[in-house]
Ligand binder design. Structure first.
Ligand code: ASP
Length: 281
């Protein structure tokens, strides 16, 4: 069993680092607790991301950044490796935990990605109540002029050897209304199969153009080295775009890796050896 989370590639002020790492520790702790109790990798990544979405320090769920119209539109996705089942939502508003709506899309199985009003109607039909928008907007985001960190993601390996990944974001501060992040796109921001689970963070447009999460999976299939696959994908993105990004990766044998081209990327991982957090590689 293994669980790992990230809190978004970017630049962090030294004074916010302890709280951000504490948030990662809480998220990965929930994932580990679920795995230890026999829960699936899917439950573990959803549980971890929900905790991070509820933490106003991260740009996902509560604390999401505002778009150019001053409103919150969120994106999230989740995938299970054994069955390749996946669910995602884009441009959702008034939802407390977008990752759980993505999970409902996965469970229903009819579609992979629902957007906007249709996604919100689906959430309500699944019994997920509307959440007041003003509770998602924190004072910090209202004041914020530049924000490029704080997306959250999780990867997990459960006791039966199944992998899963999930990612959730408020997107980029001041983005055009309707813009969709890599975090909603299977293969770009999130991917899991029998051998690997990946969650990406960074400039979504570049992550989409390099199909980053699937690129890492492809590299893992070739050489089975999680750290090398993470570094190669980040280097490829840096070489072919002017953007920065970060990734967390785990393999079915419990190997893991992470890499980022931003100065910082908070991560936390939990194994039988206990919990570890770090702000950079
Ligand atoms: N990937 C996210 C987006 O493009 C942002 C991030 O990960 O920081 O919206």
């Amino acid at each position: 069993m293994f669980a790992m989370v990230h809190g978004g590639a970017g630049r962090y002020l030294p004074e916010e680092t302890p709280m951000i790492l504490e948030g990662c520790r809480a998220g990965v702790g929930v994932a580990w607790g679920l795995l230890s109790g026999g829960a699936s990798a899917l439950d573990a990544v959803e549980g971890a991301v929900r905790v991070l979405e509820d933490n106003p320090l991260f740009n996902a769920g509560t604390g999401s950044v505002l778009n150019a119209d001053g409103i919150i539109e969120m994106d999230a996705s989740i995938m299970e490796g054994r069955t390749l089942r996946a669910g995602a939502v884009a441009n959702v508003r008034r939802v407390r935990n977008p990752v759980s709506v993505a999970r409902k899309v996965l469970e229903e199985g009819r579609h992979v990605l629902l957007a906007g009003d249709g996604a919100m109607r689906f959430a309500r039909a699944c019994g997920i109540p509307d959440y007041p928008e003003e509770r998602l907007v924190t004072e910090r985001q209202g004041r914020r002029w530049e924000a490029h960190h704080g997306t959250v993601g999780a990867v997990a390996l459960d006791a039966s050897g199944v992998l899963a990944a999930a990612t959730s974001t408020g997107g980029l501060f001041g983005k055009r209304p309707g813009r969709i992040a890599d975090s909603a796109l299977i293969g770009s921001g999130t991917y899991a199969d029998n051998e690997v689970a990946v969650s990406c963070t960074g400039l979504g447009e570049a992550i989409i153009r390099t199909v980053m999460a699937h690129r890492i999976a492809f590299n893992m299939h070739r050489n089975g080295d999680a750290q090398r696959a993470a570094e190669e994908a980040v280097a490829y993105l840096a070489a072919h775009t002017v953007a920065e990004a970060g990734v967390i990766v785990i393999g079915a044998d419990g190997c893991f890796g992470y890499a980022h081209s931003t100065p910082d990327m908070p991560v936390g991982w939990y194994s039988a050896a206990g919990v570890t957090t770090a702000m950079r590689c």
